[in-house]
Design a protein around this ligand. Sequence first.
Ligand SMILES: [Mn+2]
Length: 323
Amino acid sequence: MEKNAPIHDEILDFLRRQDNYLVTAHLSADGDAYGAALAMAYLLEKWGKRYEIIFHDRHKEEKYSYLWGWDKIRAGERNWPQPFDAAIVVDVPSRSRMGDPAALLPPPERCVKIDHHPIEEEFTRYSLVDTSASSTCQLIYDMLVRSGIEFDRVLADLLLSGIMYDTGRFSFSNTNRRDFEIAAHLVSFGSQPNQIATHLFFNHNFQSLKILGYGLANMESYLDGKVCVICLPLSIMEQAQQVDIDELSNYSIAVKGAEVGLFIRQPEPGFVKVSFRSKGRVDVNKIARLFGGGGHIHAAGCRVTGHPEEIKQKIIAEIRAQL
Ligand SMILES: [Mn+2]
């Protein structure tokens, strides 16, 4: 029997008995968060349940608009249809990383969490958490197989998108044999890895690629090249408001000899967003958590009030202490 099967059954049993769900994921959602949330919504749709997909914020550009259910996602509204009878939260380890939708959660006994981040907080009665999974979509795949749902191209695209996103299209250190087994099954329903990779990684807006260029041209190096920093000041971020520049965080660690990559940007005065990447010697989840954020050993993020230069120096001091 598959290792998480008893938890799958417990969760599926609970979900079948509910109606009127909230489905949500982490703020600044990514390919795995969208794929996972929409795959769970797809299950609810097939079961004829009522649900709302509510996120803290809306993704810039229409990068994920090829995914089923994209147009059902709501964000940034004032009057939500609540209370919800049950909630499914995916790819998020704590309420604070969820942002606004955290306020809409029903009591813990009516909440289900499916996630692959290290546990930060117990806020759901039902939890399927497995940090050995490359992605939340990998965990959801197993559960959906157990549910008996009929797989099709739509569902396959959702799950394969999440897996390809979180594994950096099968290249990050979290990539495992299971990803390839699942991908082989998903491709049999007509999903095309090439098309998904194009949507996720090679479909840049003209302006965003120019900002990527600015970031690369102004990259900084610290601690004998062990830390690479890409910093976008307020003036550049003003031009980046409607475009997706997240890819810069992966470039920050693509330098030979770099152990940690930082992508620091100032979206508004006094507010700084940091993305961390690590090759593994430094646990960036630990560092991000010191600054109120979190994530994984290899990839994490935080949002801090303050000045970029001062925050950068504090973070570099923490990295130095770990190296
Ligand atoms: Mn994930």
